[in-house]
Structure formats: C-alpha cells, structure tokens
Design a protein around this ligand. Structure first.
Ligand code: TYD
Length: 206
C-alpha cells in the first residue's frame, strides 16, 4: 500500500529554534526511510520567495489587509506547487511556519477577525491543514538571551518585549483551541532535549 503523506508544521516566535529542530527532524524521518521535503513560509517557491522579500521588507508600511493577502498569495502558490504534490507522493512535508503564523501575526497582533482569517486560510490552501503542528514555546526573555549568546542579531531583537509576549500568548491561545493538532514544546531547554520530546510526541505517527 502507498505510504500516506504527513504534513507537519513548526510554529513559534523567532529565536525558538525552529530551523534547528526542522533539520534534526529531517534526519530522524530519513532514518525511518521516509522521504522528507523541508520548506518554509513565507516562501518555498520562486514566486512565494519574491513575495517574501516584499512582505518582510520594513521599507514598505503595508496595512494588515495587504500583509495578510500577500502571505496568503505566497501560501497558495506554495501549497499548489510544493506541499500538495509532495504529500500525494507519500512524502513527509516539514514546513517552517504556515497558517497559524497568519492567525497570530496578522490575526491576533494586527487585530483581524480570526473566523474570517481561517476562511481565507482555507481559501489559499484549498482546505489543506497540517496533520501536526509543533509549537516551540518559551518566555521571549529566555529565548532572546540564548540568541544573544549565539551572537545573532536580527529584527527579532529590534521589536519590543511586549510584541514577543503577545506572539507567545497568541500561539498559546491557538494551542488551547486545538490541543490535538498543536503540540506545545518548551523550547527554552537544550536543543537535544527539545528534539527528544518532539520525537516522543511524533513516534506514533511514523
Ligand atoms: P521567519 O521564517 O522566522 O524568518 P526570519 O528568521 O527571517 O525572521 O519568519 C518570517 C516572519 O514572517 C516572521 O516574523 C513571521 C512572519 N509571518 C507572518 O507575519 N505571517 C505569516 O503568515 C507567515 C508565514 C510569517
């Protein structure tokens, strides 16, 4: 019988180690002989990467509506060209950020109606939703400090702590609404320990 594709998304604030964990997960799935596609949002296709440049460029002061529609346009292309085809071939798709990012950053932080955003998300994905979402959660003060120790400075540091607290609260709100899909993992610990916990949670799915 054909292996069923598995769609996993990684969510959480910048600094939570999504990229590190994504790479570790790729290795783990490959050990099980699964083919894995690692991708990210906004981005993942040529057109969506062009949109990424535009939507993340602080030089453009865009409205919440414009920002939302750009993310959704990028997502529609990404789902259509990369995610759905890979799932149809039975692959594991690991995506660094997906629809939940829109619900938190545009919905909760920029005060857009969540019910309407969920419908728009479904419009852009054709109804595709993640099988599992790993939320790398943690106090932004701790995540930030760890990041500083690594000498990484980016726009994450430039935003106020209030913003990062609101991002965290937004994700936790979503996790409370969908506890079966969204697995909350404490990302303030050693990356190896975080990985072990993620694997324990995923083991039943492989
Ligand atoms: P990220 O991939 O973490 O990039 P970087 O490490 O370069 O900051 O995230 C890009 C940003 O895009 C992040 O701040 C969250 C934001 N974002 C949204 O606001 N809405 C969305 O739908 C997505 C996918 C991302």
């Amino acid at each position: 019988m054909k292996k069923k594709g598995l769609f996993i998304t990684l969510e959480g604030p910048d600094g939570g180690g999504k990229t590190t964990q994504a790479h570790k997960l790729v290795d783990w799935f490959r050990l099980y002989g699964r083919q894995v596609v690692l991708t990210r949002e906004p981005g993942g296709t040529d057109a969506a990467e062009r949109i990424r440049e535009l939507v993340l460029d602080p030089a453009y002061a865009i409205s919440a509506q414009t920002e939302t529609l750009l993310h959704l346009a990028a997502r529609a292309d990404h789902v259509d060209k990369v995610i759905r085809p890979a799932l149809a071939e039975g692959k594991v798709v690991l995506c660094d950020r997906f629809s939940d990012s829109t619900l938190v950053y545009q919905g909760i932080l920029r005060h857009m109606d969540l019910a309407r955003l969920r419908k728009l998300n479904d419009f852009s994905t054709g109804g595709l939703r993640p099988d599992v979402t790993i939320l790398l959660d943690g106090d932004p003060r701790v995540l930030l400090q760890r990041r500083n120790e690594r000498g990484v400075v980016d726009k994450f540091e430039l935003q106020g702590l209030e913003f990062h607290d609101a991002v965290r609260a937004g994700y936790l709100q979503l996790a409370q609404e969908e506890p079966d899909r969204i697995l909350v993992v404490d990302a303030t610990r050693d990356p190896e320990v975080v990985m072990e916990e993620i694997i324990k949670k995923l083991e039943g799915l492989v």
